[in-house]
Design a protein around this ligand. Structure first.
Ligand SMILES: [Zn+2]
Length: 218
């Protein structure tokens, strides 16, 4: 009789084991590592409000994950910040907010003070770029790979002059040197990190600003 009881027990146990696919669970779709942290909806909304208050025109971009751990989360496309800017693409909203403030509160006053004119165009090498720090193999992901950095390369002035970081940073014209250092210092106060030709040889022709882990200014 014992074999019969054992059979019953086994059949009952079997009935308790779920068959086929396990109970419904949402599919796990993980972005590639290292995982970038998306800003909270509240942070993003506040940033949009701040941009609107600054009178900035912008477009909200969808969150995007790319290969190599790169991403553009909570990003915007700046359309009009009051001065034309070249090569601006996806920027995290906090970066865009500080960039708009920097252009208005620092670049224009510094141009008036040191160069006696306005800046008619800010030139950049761009924002989003999926690469490692200084494009060095094995280095950690650059803030550019998170759309969280911008490289400023030059300025076109209202009087037609063209100032580049490459020629002006250590150039002959003292007023240009002072202007460039003034906007770099002002950038350091607004962004988490500010780099310049004084930082290292990788930055010989631009100022790098990002909203990564700072503060660091050189
Ligand atoms: Zn850079």
């Amino acid at each position: 009789m014992r074999w019969w009881l054992t059979l019953i027990a086994l059949l009952m146990l079997n009935a308790c084991i779920p068959h086929g696919p396990s109970p419904q669970r949402p599919p796990r779709r993980l972005p590639p590592s290292p995982v970038a942290q998306a800003p909270s909806a509240q942070e993003t909304l506040q940033c949009h409000v701040d941009l609107a208050r600054l009178g900035v025109q912008f477009r909200v971009l969808p969150d995007q994950y790319f290969s190599g751990g790169c991403s553009a989360l909570g990003a915007v496309q700046l359309v009009d910040i009051g001065v034309p800017v070249t090569n601006l693409r996806a920027m995290t909203c906090p970066l865009a907010r500080q960039f708009a403030r920097w252009a208005r509160e620092a670049v224009q006053p510094a141009a008036g003070q040191w160069l006696g004119t306005r800046v008619a165009r800010i030139e950049t090498f761009g924002t989003y770029s999926c690469r490692t720090v200084d494009s060095q193999p094995g280095a950690r992901l650059s803030e550019h790979g998170r759309a969280n950095a911008v490289d400023v390369s030059g300025f076109v002035l209202g009087d037609g002059r063209h100032i580049t970081v490459l020629q002006g940073w250590n150039g002959e014209d003292e007023r240009v040197r002072r202007f460039l250092r003034a906007v770099h210092q002002a950038g350091c106060r607004r962004f988490a990190i500010g780099l310049s030709p004084d930082s290292d040889s990788y930055h010989y022709n631009h100022m790098h600003f990002d909203m990564g882990r700072g503060p660091y200014c050189h």
